[in-house]
Design a binder for this molecule. Structure first.
Ligand code: ZN
Length: 353
């Protein structure tokens, strides 16, 4: 029986909006491809996680372009421009609808979770515990009216930006080597978004924000600071990774960081190349634990959104990661914290009991 893992970030829902996609066939593993489906989650002990609504740029395949260019460092990729509110809402509603459709059609296997009690109940009954996350707040209007609707749809976690600029703030471009201090912080609308998320008890995700945006969230938010899928800048000097100063802010707020499996953010050379051993993974986790403490680190796989190390491969490979950490000297108590206990604790501190 693999160790149950609650994971901070995946892009599974993005696969469901591809032209001609059959969501039930993808969910049930008939289609294959990607990193996640029900059989592979069951095989790897992936008990649940944050399921992101990530809105692709519609006019071109910018994300695939980014992936291709990140194979060789150094790089500094141009960011796609603003998405329109209307276009973003079309994609976001489709992805939220797909998750609700899957949960309705597969009630014995999948539950959309609104509280930590929901997550615990789903895990205890063997249903995948899905938390709806918005990666980039493009579908939310600057007056925030749509935020209430997304909250009612089950949204419990939100990043004000993906790396694109939004009405709320500026993200980090994908740059290696590079600093996360790349531009201005949150807009006035972004500051109101943080306050309203606090009031609605929606987690605010720091991953993809630039350094000034993180500082603004830290100054305004009353909730623990959380980066759902980011790594240590001291190990891999990517603009997407967190500096020791940022890690100290996260620690002092009672927050946490989910380790991103994306090879471009794990490998010291910044390359998007899955041919790698466990060493970079161990260095990031050792550093995050040293800076944050054992209670403030977990996983944020980026499954279905990034190239991951060959030793993990996909969700079914999670036990290989756990065994590598055990061989590195992490004991069972620490492994349980990393696998799910820390996530459940930080969500409880953020959402309330
Ligand atoms: Zn991301």
């Amino acid at each position: 029986m693999p160790l149950p893992i609650f994971d901070g970030h995946n892009d599974f829902l993005l696969r469901l909006i591809a032209p001609g996609a059959d969501r039930q066939a993808i969910w049930s593993g008939q289609t294959g491809g990607g990193h996640i489906d029900l059989p592979r989650m069951r095989a790897g002990g992936m008990a649940g996680g944050m399921f992101a609504i990530f809105i692709p740029s519609l006019r071109d395949n910018v994300v695939a372009g980014l992936d291709a260019e990140m194979t060789v460092a150094p790089y500094d990729l141009p960011l796609p421009g603003h998405l329109s509110l209307g276009a973003a809402q079309v994609s976001a509603l489709a992805m939220a609808g797909h998750l609700h459709g899957l949960a309705r059609d597969n009630p014995a296997d999948l539950a959309i979770c609104l509280t930590v009690a929901d997550i615990r109940a789903a895990m205890a009954s063997g249903r995948i515990a899905a938390v709806l996350h918005l990666e980039g707040a493009e579908p939310i209007d600057p007056d925030l009216d749509a935020l209430y609707l997304f909250c009612d749809m089950g949204l419990r976690s939100l990043g004000p930006v993906w790396s694109r600029p939004t009405a709320f703030g500026h993200g980090v471009p994908f740059r290696f080597p590079g600093s996360p201090d790349t531009g201005p912080g949150l807009t006035d609308a972004g500051k109101r978004l943080v306050q309203t998320c606090n009031a609605l008890r929606i987690l605010i995700d720091l991953s993809h924000l630039n350094a000034k945006g993180v500082d603004d969230v830290a100054a305004i938010s009353t909730a623990p600071l959380v980066a759902t899928h980011s790594n240590a800048h001291a190990v891999t000097a990517s603009s997407r990774n967190l500096t020791d100063r940022q890690l100290a802010m996260i620690r002092d707020s009672g927050g946490m960081v989910g380790l991103n499996f994306a090879t471009a953010f794990l490998r010291p050379d910044g390359a998007r190349d899955p041919v790698m051993g466990w060493e970079p993974v161990l260095r990031h986790l050792d550093h995050l634990i040293a800076q944050l403490g054992e209670d403030h680190v977990g996983f944020g796989s980026d499954f279905d959104g990034a190239a991951v190390p060959q030793g993990i491969g996909d969700a079914a490979g999670l036990p290989h990661l756990i065994e590598a950490l055990r061989a590195h000297g992490y004991d069972q108590a620490l492994l349980r914290k990393l696998a799910h206990e820390n996530w459940l604790a930080v969500l409880e501190r953020t959402w309330g009991g």
